[in-house]
Design a protein around this ligand. Structure first.
Ligand code: GLU
Length: 420
């Protein structure tokens, strides 16, 4: 199986296989869902500031387009591999299906360390990537977006390079753009906000009072930062711990978003944050095991495994990251009664507002932020309850419930097209 190389993706294979069995899927449908439809490997020579040329490697995987153009982010990471990108492209297929938007799943990545590159070098790398794959992507075929270490500025350079290739501007070929270039209101915090709507619905079902809940957040990138802000703003919950790649900080009295954010901007990390007596350092590992009501992994994959799953005492694990929980850990959490809001449901808000961005680009008319929030809430709430209904109907864990909803939708599209 092409996904075999990645621990996180084993879950994908195992769960999809189990979902196929539970749903009594046609074997041809299952076989088709095991493979990406297309993938591109590109080599990118880039002039560096010191005058040398560095050769980078990039990927784009178009996993499944039965429901619409493939859609998904682009990661800039030193440890990027084609296996990871494939697994994430498969997850995008389930993600767009679970929120029922007319898109398929794709993902891209470039092996690079953006933290060690200048703006000029990043711009030349971004443009080189589009020159290499520009003929194979587009608003009707495959639409990239931001992901780990990629930003609205990077999307802007890519859109500009693509416009140069086509000879006219095509804003809908990429999403997560800056507002003046056809970005959508509400795209910035969409991943975290969408996750909040699913937390709200889960809390209703579990009878958790969010106004008195404590929260720990692992990761302080786009998803983690906005999760900190929104969990306090929307619910009044207390965020007692946050972390980033350098480590974390804990305060039982709660961590103020504005102060932590200011610290992060000045110091480059939350790990050294100090405000008052009682603020303690915690490692990323310790943060996951804190005695909190809601745990939000918002960093990278494979953070909760058999080594720590039994020590997790949170009532809800809301997976804003992609693939933070391994398959073995998933079983342990389920047995211990931890309610996991699975990644491709919990973090689908980003791609949902990306879809809204494309719609606005297509008719060149832009919505107010309230309209974006309302439409996002409706999509996320409907998705959460479709999954919850499947959990009840099939008596399965939350992730399996989400797979059943998504796989059924993709399978139906493939069947209606006459592929199987
Ligand atoms: N990178 C985000 C994700 O993993 C967003 C993808 C998109 O907006 O297309 O869902």
């Amino acid at each position: 199986d092409v996904l075999g190389g990645l621990v996180g993706s084993e879950m994908c294979i195992r769960d999809r296989a189990e979902a196929a069995e539970i749903m009594d899927l046609d074997p041809a449908v299952h076989e088709l869902l095991r493979w990406p439809l297309r993938e591109f490997h590109v080599t990118l020579p880039v002039k560096m500031d010191d005058g040398t040329t560095q050769v980078f490697h990039g990927f784009r995987v178009q996993y499944n387009d039965a429901r619409g153009p493939t859609k998904g982010g682009l990661r800039f990471h030193p440890d990027e591999t084609i296996d990871t990108v494939r697994a994430l492209a498969a997850w995008m297929t389930w993600k767009t299906a679970v929120v029922d938007i007319p898109l398929g799943g794709g993902k891209g990545g470039i092996i690079c360390n953006p933290k060690e590159m200048s703006m000029g070098e990043l711009e030349r790398l971004s443009r080189a990537y589009i020159r290499a794959i520009g003929h194979y992507i587009g608003e009707e075929t495959d639409v990239p977006a931001p992901d780990v270490y990629t930003t609205p500025q990077i999307m802007a350079w890519m859109m500009d390079e693509y416009a140069a290739m086509r000879g006219y501007n095509v804003p809908g070929m990429i999403t997560g753009k800056p507002l003046p270039l056809g970005g959508s209101e509400g795209r910035g915090d969409a991943t975290a906000r969408g996750g909040m709507y699913t937390i709200r619905e889960a809390a209703k079902i579990l009878g958790i009072d969010l106004a008195n809940a404590t929260v720990a957040i692992q990761g302080y990138g786009n998803a983690g930062q906005f999760a900190h802000q929104l969990v306090a703003e929307l619910f009044g919950s207390k965020v007692v711990a946050v972390s980033d790649s350098k480590g974390g900080v804990y305060d039982e009295h709660g961590l103020d978003f504005d102060k932590v954010m200011e610290w992060k901007q000045q110091e480059g990390t939350v790990a050294t944050y100090e405000c008052c007596e009682g603020t303690k350092k915690v490692s990323n590992e310790e943060l996951l095991e804190l005695d909190v009501d809601i745990l939000i992994p918002a960093a990278l994959e494979n953070q909760i495994g058999p080594w720590n799953a039994a020590k997790i005492t949170a009532k809800i694990v809301a997976e804003l990251a992609n693939g933070p929980t391994t398959p073995e850990a998933d079983d342990i959490l389920h047995e211990n009664g931890v309610y996991v809001i699975p990644d491709f449901l919990c973090n689908a808000g980003g791609v949902t507002v990306s879809y809204f961005e494309q719609v606005q680009n297509a008719y060149d008319f832009y919505w107010e932020i309230e309209e974006v929030h309302e439409k996002l809430d409706r999509k996320m709430t409907a998705a959460f309850h479709a999954v919850h209904d499947a959990i009840q109907q099939y008596k399965v864990n939350t992730r399996m419930g989400a797979y059943i909803v998504s796989v059924a939708r993709v399978a139906e599209a493939m069947s209606l097209r006459g592929w199987v």
